[in-house]
Write a protein that binds this ligand. Structure first.
Ligand SMILES: NC(=O)c1ccc[n+]([C@@H]2O[C@H](COP(=O)([O-])OP(=O)(O)OC[C@H]3O[C@@H](n4cnc5c(N)ncnc54)[C@H](OP(=O)(O)O)[C@@H]3O)[C@@H](O)[C@H]2O)c1
Length: 238
């Protein structure tokens, strides 16, 4: 996709953090963008904050854990913009507990959102993306290749997502659909209830992942960076 103007993206979890940073970058390229989130009011507010040009933005309340809700987000995007060129499967969360304290509810919420939720988003948009010979980007994590204490649920979800994304890439590249999984390290966002502030400016910023997304989408059609690790260039100041 050399020219991104008027291409259409569906971004899951675009109300804040990384998804919102990617939405800003794509809008800046002249793309039309649907963002989703769990809550109707905050999703619509975030959409209006991103741009007041109603022709370029749509906010849809859609929980990635619910397949029908993902199908409805795809339909709403097709109804408004007529096609989908890009899926950014970004929505995710983390529960970090020792296995002794990890509850079945925390486990299920993590796997249902970070892994099954991406499957649902991909499955619901697959036909449209095949039609446009488009691009799917999943947001995994360095936690999808490096394990750590208290990471049982999060590591399992992101290792699973990394594997899912690579196998998906093999399945759909015959159809001229590209798949990349981005694996960020520490990003300044609202993840885990954090608040981005000056003390977090050593981290990767959401706009940096927005820029990376634009670079991926503009890559020559013959070349596919299928798995991209991204980390802060320097460790945090002590
Ligand atoms: N921050 C990091 O250091 C880091 C590093 C590597 C990977 N990641 C990954 O990056 C992705 C985005 O995280 P973030 O750092 O941007 O966190 P964030 O600031 O907390 O944003 C998370 C986004 O996901 C949405 N979301 C959560 N559960 C959802 C659901 N069930 N259905 C629909 N939307 C849902 C949230 O929307 P609402 O709250 O409005 O529903 C929000 O827009 C996640 O997959 C995360 O695992 C983050």
């Amino acid at each position: 996709m050399e020219d991104l103007k008027d291409k259409v993206a569906l971004i899951t979890g675009g109300t804040k953090g990384i998804g919102r940073g990617i939405a800003e970058a794509l809008l800046h390229q002249g793309m039309k963008v649907t963002i989703t989130g769990r809550d109707e009011k905050s999703t619509k507010e975030a959409a209006t904050e991103l741009t007041e040009n109603d022709n370029y933005i749509l906010g849809v309340a859609a929980d990635v854990r619910d397949y029908e809700s993902q199908q409805a987000a795809v339909k709403a995007t097709l109804d408004k913009f007529g096609k989908i060129d890009v899926l950014i499967a970004n929505a995710g969360l983390g529960h970090f507990e020792n296995i002794t304290d990890m509850t079945p509810q925390q486990w299920n919420e993590t796997i249902d959102t970070n892994l099954t939720g991406v499957f649902y988003s991909v499955k619901a948009s697959l036909e449209a993306i095949k039609e446009s010979k488009g691009y799917m980007i999943t947001i995994s994590s360095l936690a999808g290749t490096n394990f750590f204490e208290k990471g049982t649920a999060y590591n399992a979800s992101k290792f699973g997502l990394t594997g899912f994304s690579q196998a998906l890439m093999m399945d759909v590249r015959q159809d001229d659909v590209k798949v990349t999984t981005i694996m960020p390290g520490s990003v300044s966002s609202h993840f885990g209830g954090r608040t981005p502030d000056e003390g977090t400016d050593w981290r990767i910023q959401p706009e940096d992942l927005g820029q990376l997304t634009v670079d991926l989408l503009k890559m020559h059609p013959r070349t596919l960076p299928s798995k991209v690790e991204v980390r802060p260039a320097k460790p945090p100041k002590k």
